[in-house]
Write a protein that binds this ligand. Structure first.
Ligand SMILES: *Cc1c(COP(=O)(O)O)cnc(C)c1O
Length: 377
């Protein structure tokens, strides 16, 4: 049995980094003038580059994706205890951000095809307390954006996308952050594109952009003018410098991911009892994750494959398991509106995310697939 400290242990992901010298050259720009944070030159430059890259007029850089999401929600000024329809098949951040804004998450089930929120169920959850829909583009699978917008428009609801997984993706040629009223990105070290830690609020709405700017900087808009009780969620210069460097290489990184993603597909395509991901139609993918769905009773097969891979020194992730609606901190049902989400429950028991990163070797992919195929035969 190999343990995670061993050199040949294969992690589920491995952060990309620019050349050491490239990063040094970038941070040298502010090393001497010592402007290290508070929206310095690197921050401003990186913001401008992203607004161009994402074809989005307002990108507000944040210290991390979670604070970007909290601030995006807060900028909507919803009355406390309003309801937000969302998915339990996501990372902790999504549900926590709703709760931490004093709002109530209402859990809607997902589609089996792509694990995103099922818009056909949405209407049954809408009450006079509903103010927003907060779907997640899971693994970079794009939500049913047109249908969701249609329902939101019909009922006067806001749409806030957790787009943490989607950097570099387009749908019908449009960068994915441009759907809904606001989207957030995560630039965490484990994501396709990163700034060590980091995130952004992306919107076409100048008011939301201005509001999130204040929220991330204590509500300070002038030396002697503080207009609201904001927090601190600023991205610093070292983070921005990492973003500027990584942005130069992200297309190449995605191309490398694509080769590995397709190699997994080829190896696993004809196996029984296993569902492999497919890139959606009209989507330019970023190939961020390779989640397989292992059929079988409950979670037995998935858990066995997870254990066997672990024994071979390969880290897979039960991502997302458990559902956020089943977290210990949410068992007190006064917090959340409980509802049945049978598809999400079943997927959470069967899903397993395999290692995928730009410099994962093809031999390692072969080995991982051999182990899986041998088990499910
Ligand atoms: C990573 C992630 C976040 C949070 O981003 P951080 O940058 O880690 O704070 C939010 N939602 C989803 C779905 C994520 O995967």
């Amino acid at each position: 049995m190999k343990d995670s400290a061993q050199k040949d242990y294969i992690r589920v992901t491995r952060s990309t980094l620019p050349d050491y010298d490239e990063y040094c050259k970038e941070i040298k720009k502010f090393w001497d003038n010592r402007w290290l944070t508070n929206m310095g030159e690197e921050h401003q430059l990186f913001q401008k580059q992203l607004e161009e890259y994402l074809q989005c007029p307002y990108v507000q850089l944040h210290a991390n994706g979670h604070l970007a999401l909290e601030n995006a929600i807060r900028a909507m000024d919803f009355p406390i205890e309003s309801e937000v329809i969302t998915t339990p098949f996501t990372f902790a951040s999504t549900t926590h951000a709703i709760i931490r804004n004093g709002l109530v998450p209402v859990f809607c089930d997902i589609r089996l095809e792509d694990y995103t929120l099922d818009p056909e169920l949405l209407e049954s959850f809408i009450t006079d307390k509903t103010v927003a829909i907060l779907p997640v583009h899971v693994y970079g699978n794009i939500c049913q954006v047109e249908r969701i917008q249609e329902i939101a428009d019909q009922y006067g609801l806001k749409v806030i996308y957790d787009a943490a997984h989607t950097f570099g993706e387009t749908y019908q040629g449009i960068p994915v952050v441009n759907f809904g009223d606001v989207s957030i990105l995560s630039f965490h070290a484990t994501k396709v594109f990163h700034t060590l830690e980091g995130g952004a609020v992306c919107t076409f709405d100048e008011k939301i952009a201005g509001y999130t700017y204040c929220l991330k900087n204590f509500g300070i808009i002038g030396l002697e003018n503080v207009i609201l009780p904001g927090g601190n969620a600023k991205m610093n210069e070292f983070q921005a410098a990492m973003g500027i460097c990584n942005l130069r290489h992200v297309e190449q990184d995605i191309a490398k991911r694509k080769i590995r993603y397709e190699y997994y597909q080829k190896q696993l395509r004809n196996a029984n009892g296993i569902r492999i991901p497919e890139v959606q139609k009209k989507v330019e993918s970023n190939y961020s994750y390779f989640p397989i769905l292992l059929e079988g009773r409950g979670s037995t097969v998935r858990d066995e494959v997870y254990d066997i891979l672990q024994q071979h020194g390969i880290e897979a992730r039960k991502y997302f398991y458990p559902l956020t609606s089943q977290y210990a901190c949410y068992t007190d049902q006064t917090f959340v509106v409980d509802s049945k989400t049978p598809i999400a429950e079943s997927v959470a028991q069967k899903i397993l995310t395999l290692p995928l990163f730009p410099d994962l070797s093809m031999e390692d992919i072969e080995r991982i697939c051999q182990i899986i195929l041998h088990r499910i035969k």
